[in-house]
Design a protein around this ligand. Sequence first.
Ligand SMILES: Cc1ncc(COP(=O)(O)O)c(C=O)c1O
Length: 399
Amino acid sequence: MMQAQRLGSVRPSMILGLVQKARSLAAEGKPVIDLGIGEPDFTTPDHVKAAAIAAIGADETRYTVVPGTVALREAIRGKLARENGLDYALSEITVSNGAKQVIFNALMATLSPGDEVIVPAPYWSSYPDIVAVAEGRPVIVDCPQEQRFLITPEQLEAAITPRTRWLLLNSPSNPTGGVYSRADLAGLAAVLARHPHVHVLSDDIYEHLMFDGHRFASILEVAPALKPRVLVVNGVSKVFAMTGWRIGYAAGPQEIVTAMNTVQGQSCTHAGSISQAAAVAALTGPTDFFAGRARSFEARRDIVVAALNAVDGIECLVPEGAFYVYPRCAGVIGRRTPAGEVIGSDTDFCRYLLEQHFVSAVPGAAFGLSPHLRISTAAPAEALRSASARIAGAVNALT
Ligand SMILES: Cc1ncc(COP(=O)(O)O)c(C=O)c1O
């Protein structure tokens, strides 16, 4: 096989590999509870589905312009103004096939070989690999549980070099559910003020899934002066439960958005026209169901956190948003399974959980901070109770 050099340090998605394995076991009839994938278990709202059907009926089936239809960019402009207090021109907004491709376009458009991107770990597993595809260098900064999995101003200051192009920020976070408070963001903004060459990619995709009465804050709300170097990334996948529709978007400085459109114009051209019409309905329609969805994820978080913290060897911080918990499993490392295998890492532990107890979770290794596992709470409460009980049984069976 003739493989491009730039793929040398790119790993295939460990999560998608695990999902595949869990599905094969389920197909063999095993009682798998899949808490591996980061996908809401709600359905796309009916008015969104209706808008897509209407768009098909109206023959909205041709190429659109590269950055997304005017209607969709108007809808995004309205959303950013209404919900985030941000003002963008249509030309500063671009739409792509999911937030993942938005991030891909941004990094492909702005990184030259060797440029550095600061990635706080644990990170969404695609970040360093997208940086690598774009021939940049991910600078991973360890942010352990003791600091709520968040990068500190001191760590940021120490990580910045003349080659730094971006800081990737994600709050609420996948995989930890960690949330940067206004004070946290103000601390980071003060460092960024001293380093005008560093841009921020603010991945706000979980903004509406906040718990315990907290309100989402973006770095631009706290430090509006950073606007010329912040790219706001968002999408409809999570709170609207539209993962398969593949619509994400970004708003930011004109030169960056224009360069992203150049990448897109020479790759996928644009996001699907029917999905774009659906996203217009999502972003201009009712939002009253957001709070109910957030409360539902909060209740499920509580089930998992309480059950896992009762297991000797597992410690679980209380996530403040998104739909993941990220327990530390240091207490199981070095122990033996009933079959005599030593659990040497979180990857071994997740393999044991899946193969012997049919619970699929993702090892912390996929997110750059071990020994942990990520459990998605986007599953029915009963499944979460059973899965937690199986994890407790699995740990208790270790010697
Ligand atoms: C932090 C984060 N950013 C971006 C994405 C990509 O979302 P999508 O491409 O479905 O819009 C995800 C999906 O899991 C995510 O967790």
